[in-house]
Design a protein around this ligand. Structure first.
Ligand SMILES: Cc1cc2nc3c(=O)[nH]c(=O)nc-3n(C[C@H](O)[C@H](O)[C@H](O)COP(=O)(O)OP(=O)(O)OC[C@H]3O[C@@H](n4cnc5c(N)ncnc54)[C@H](O)[C@@H]3O)c2cc1C
Length: 404
């Protein structure tokens, strides 16, 4: 296993729990990650109970008006430290061995792959699995990579006071026009109060092509906080977030398996991935185990790729990538109108859109309902996109379009 992020640790643990001999190679695997993670409350069973550090009964969305509206589903803030500690403990208990090193090159032979590391150690494995994150050089992609990114700049801050009621958080706050410009590139405030005086505040550009620079997000955050009259007394932590959103799907015809962000599993319209990696890890582990038992490494790889990217999910991703490219073309005002229609959908629909739990046919129907409820200007924009640059993704989303 290359990588000890959430995806690598979850899959390594699940494989070892099936009795496989697993070596996880990653730099500083015992050091906790730095990201601040969040999840919806219905996904809570995917993480250990003590990894939940905060629960927000009223995640709020503000688009144009001052009142905003609360989403009817609770949101959870995770303790990155405790989630990491629990996954490492689970992996070690199941027998995973860790090697503190970076894999520089992989040589694939007839019967094994050899992972050469910067620590002058070589690890031989029947099957190499790349979970080394979105910037991996080891995986080949058969799908086209689009240069779209989510970027965000966040701070854990001590503030004089903040405006959030108990149980409230900002899932998306689009109220402020940067420099008074309603047609600027869109970004919003995502914020999680920690207590009366501390809050995580993050200015987020959901998905853009090219990426919104972190410095621009930092300037927007401080301008927004001034407009909201939130006085920052002290900054305890900073988070700089860059998530590639348009990675091409990996080729299934290659001598290794991929998982997590490396394998393009990041949701192309939200940037989320944690829940899907934790949920999928046991079935991918089962596929690897069964493949090794029944036909050896090549069968394990084939079944593994089928579990990571079944044709249905790949079609689903094409629909999301269509939606992602449309979002990239919206300015701030259009983005507000889009999310007004999005959250006017039934809760079940928008939640399945965010969770990626609908089938491609169901997702197409949800997108159809979203289209019908959107203002005319947004409908034109989507139609224009559908007959123009989005045509290829729509074609791939059909059964006829085929996949990697
Ligand atoms: C700041 C930030 C916040 C995010 N917040 C959320 C969130 O709230 N909810 C959500 O669902 N998603 C979130 N995401 C998106 C996504 O879930 C995370 O990026 C997640 O960490 C991806 O997990 P991963 O294990 O696939 O990859 P990574 O977390 O990137 O882990 C990659 C691992 O591979 C190792 N590695 C790298 N190169 C090598 C090499 N050559 N050899 C061996 N090991 C190597 C790294 O050290 C690391 O251990 C966030 C992303 C970022 C950047």
């Amino acid at each position: 296993m290359l990588g000890s992020g959430p995806a690598g640790l979850a899959l390594a643990a699940a494989c070892a729990e099936r009795g496989l001999d697993v070596v996880c190679v990653a730099p500083s695997p015992w050091r906790a990650w730095s990201q601040n993670f969040g999840l919806w409350s219905h996904q809570a069973s995917l993480v250990p109970e003590d990894a939940v550090a905060g629960r927000y009964a009223s995640p709020k969305v503000w688009l144009h008006d001052e009142a905003g509206f609360a989403l009817p589903r609770a949101y959870l803030r995770l303790s990155t430290f405790r989630l990491h500690r629990a996954l490492v403990a689970r992996a070690e208990q199941a027998g995973v061995r860790f090697v503190d090193a970076r894999v520089d090159a992989i040589e694939h032979g007839e019967v094994e792959s050899r992972l050469r590391t910067d620590a002058a150690i070589t690890v031989a494995a029947a099957l190499a699995v790349d979970a080394s994150g979105a910037s991996t050089r080891h995986l080949a992609r058969s799908g086209e990579t689009v240069d779209a990114h989510q970027t965000a700049y966040g701070i854990v801050a001590e503030v004089a006071e903040h405006p959030y009621a108990p149980g409230e958080m900002s899932f998306m706050d689009f109220r402020h026009d940067p420099n008074g410009e309603p047609h600027a590139a869109p970004s919003f405030l995502y914020s999680l109060p920690l207590d009366d005086r501390h809050v995580f505040l993050e200015e987020t550009a959901l998905v853009q092509k090219p990426a919104m620079p972190i410095d621009a997000l930092r300037a927007r955050l401080h301008e927004r906080l001034r407009a909201m009259r939130i006085d920052v007394v002290r900054v305890h932590e900073e988070e700089r977030c860059v998530i590639p959103m348009g990675l091409g799907l990996p080729s299934k015809e290659q001598p290794l398996l991929g998982f997590g962000a490396a394998a393009a599993m990041v949701h192309p319209a939200t940037g989320y991935q944690l829940a899907s990696a934790l949920k999928l890890a046991p079935s991918v582990a089962r596929a690897i185990h069964d493949g090794l038992e029944s036909g050896g490494p090549s069968e394990a790889r084939r079944l593994g790729w089928e579990a990571v990217w079944p044709a249905e999910r790949a079609r689903l991703w094409s629909l999301y990538r269509f939606g992602m490219a449309a979002l990239c073309s919206f300015d701030l005002e259009r983005t507000r109108l889009f999310f007004e229609s999005f959250f006017a959908l039934e809760e079940r629909d928008w939640q399945r859109y965010l969770d990626a739990t609908a089938s491609p046919t169901e997702l197409a129907a949800i997108m159809g309902r979203l289209f019908c409820g959107a203002p005319l200007a947004t409908q034109w924009r989507l139609l224009w996109h559908g007959v123009g640059s989005g045509r290829a993704e729509l074609w791939r989303a059909t059964r006829l379009g085929g996949f990697a």
